[in-house]
Design a protein around this ligand. Structure first.
Ligand code: DX5
Ligand code: ZN
Length: 216
């Protein structure tokens, strides 16, 4: 059985102490660093640019899971690839030529991810699945940490895991939004391979114990 991966999101960290936040993630035993890039357009807030990713890159060898919540993601792929991203995930809703975006990401030697917001059906991804390394199912409307998980979205995790098996594909299914111990357990039962966690991780006093429990 595959090991479940835990990806704490630095969106819920103290932005004045981002280096320390990444150190805390590494020390907790978590697997990836999830980096939420927001452009003030696809979603209302603005978060990080490439300089943040570049500067954090030196702090850890953990994979950087960059989640682009931006319009025109194709314009940002080259610069985030150069900044040190390992996975680059864009939103299906923000890309006209989604297949071309996946090819571009892979062309830079990076893992290609695609994400869908809660109102987008899982079936919208079918023709893209052979070309991605990761599918990120959003279980909140993107833009903010600390929201309540929309558990109705878990059926999309099951659907994607089923499609993967049927079509003999090998992408990871990741889940993002309101993931804590309880929702994490349900997402994992639905078939999620990667659990993104922001508020719950940074709110935990003992982060290593939290990661262990979340991993299940
Ligand atoms: C929300 C982001 C998430 C966020 C998750 O738009 O994509 O990655 O940081 O945070 P929690 O776990 O607090 O919902
Ligand atoms: Zn995210």
């Amino acid at each position: 059985m595959k090991r479940r991966l835990i990806a704490p999101s630095i969106l819920s960290a103290d932005f004045a102490n981002m280096g320390r936040a990444v150190d805390d993630i590494a020390a907790s035993g978590a697997d990836w660093v999830h980096i939420d890039v927001m452009d003030g357009n696809f979603v209302p807030p603005i978060t990080f640019g490439t300089k943040m990713v570049e500067d954090l890159r030196g702090r850890t060898a953990l994979p950087f899971d960059v989640h682009l919540m931006t319009r025109a993601p194709e314009n940002l792929v080259p610069v985030f690839a150069a900044a040190g991203a390992d996975y680059i995930t864009f939103h299906l809703e923000a890309a006209v030529h989604a297949h071309r975006v996946t090819q571009s990401i892979r062309g830079f030697g990076k893992k290609a991810g695609v994400s869908i917001v809660p109102s987008t059906p899982g079936g919208a991804l079918v023709s893209l699945l052979p070309f991605v390394d990761l599918v990120l199912v959003m279980t909140v409307n993107p833009g903010y940490g600390g929201q309540t998980c929309i558990t109705e979205c878990f059926s999309k995790i099951e659907e994607l895991a089923r499609l993967r098996q049927r079509e003999k594909l090998d992408f990871l299914v990741s889940v993002d939004g309101g993931i804590n111990e309880e929702t994490g357990r349900k997402a994992a039962a639905a078939g999620a391979d990667v659990l993104v966690t922001g508020a719950a991780f940074f709110g935990a006093d003992d982060k290593a114990a939290f990661v262990e429990r979340l991993r299940g």
